[in-house]
Design a protein around this ligand. Sequence first.
Ligand SMILES: Cc1ncc(COP(=O)(O)O)c(C=O)c1O
Length: 405
Amino acid sequence: MLNHEKYYSKLGASFKPSILTTVVLGAFEMAKQGKKLISFTGGSYDVPSLPITEIKKIYEDASDQDWADMLQYGATSGMGTLRSELSKFMAEAGIKANPSNEIIVTTGSQEAIDLVTRVFIDKGDTIIVGSPTYLAALSCFKQVNPKFVDVSIDVNGMNTVILEKKLKQMKAKGMKPKLLYLIPSFQNPDSSMMTIERRKHTLELIDEYDLIVLEDNPYGYICFEGNMPTPLAGMDNSDRIMYTSTFSKIVSPGMRIGWITANNEFISKMIEAKTNISICNDGLSQYAAYELLKRGTVAKQIPKMIKVYRKKRDLMLETMESYFPKKAKWDEPKGGLFLWVKFPNQFNTDEALNNAIQKGVSYIPGSLFFTKPIHNFMRLNYSLPSEQEIIEGIQILGRCLKEMV
Ligand SMILES: Cc1ncc(COP(=O)(O)O)c(C=O)c1O
């Protein structure tokens, strides 16, 4: 029998099954027993809203030359035509990006996070993150063993007064943080929105403390009231902001179309890093993404998804109001795909998960979104489950929680 363990690198050995594996295995077990599991876990797309007809039509219309381009290797930075459309798409949000040398098409924005990690972070470097923040960004950063400094998030996004205080403290100790990772618009997991004042304050601080920023904006377009606020990247001229966004929440996560924009120097480095990972993105997806932007399908899809998700959010909130224990607290998300629920300190949502799965419903325990041991939160997704599943699942979860809290 091979001793598998002895072959792993330090990084390989560090990959351990997480609570997410419990969710996946739980779902598998339930399916084996012929039982249904209602999932409030990932940030998946509403299935009936996927632009299937539009994408089929795009491929039907493609010429032989288009097919040859799709099936050939392409530029590491992505199809030129798609980069031009992305540049126009970002311009509508106030972000200027030269399509020829300031954009890379990435395999989702997850790859953009990975590129930034590879190009900018060494072991022991300090990354400033929100508390809480996106779990897969934390696990991506953790691959290179950085130090984390966390700054609390409230309904108005990262608290920049605390950020400033922590930056001062670090300076006094001779510590020089490298990167600030931010999700200013409808932050994952708590759906908070950073105010304009805090955005401005952040820009002042990054200049004063010589920081670079990764602004991650998958959810800003799913805005239930008014328009998406201008991203930091659209307010800044300092070259310090790298900005990533994605098709995953507005068009399709399976296409794996994301992108990153930054100054030309940073982009050149990230292109070299991407070559080692994937050479270039998938041509079929890139072609469809280009046509979806050019034909105006993306522009139509965004308001459609806002309507669908607003309705699901309202239904989840209404059902929670009736079925969740009174000690559970939450804010109404003004956009994005998640509800973030707080329980009394002593309640542990990691421990409650198995019981919930047994009863037929899953969620993500909040502990995965913190760099410190905090266990009394839960993230609920409303974009994937059907309206019927939202009602049924929240009733089940509510009963489960009332027994435990
Ligand atoms: C904050 C945030 N960033 C990045 C991603 C990665 O998305 P994708 O790689 O599908 O574009 C997600 C996915 O849920 C996310 O929530």
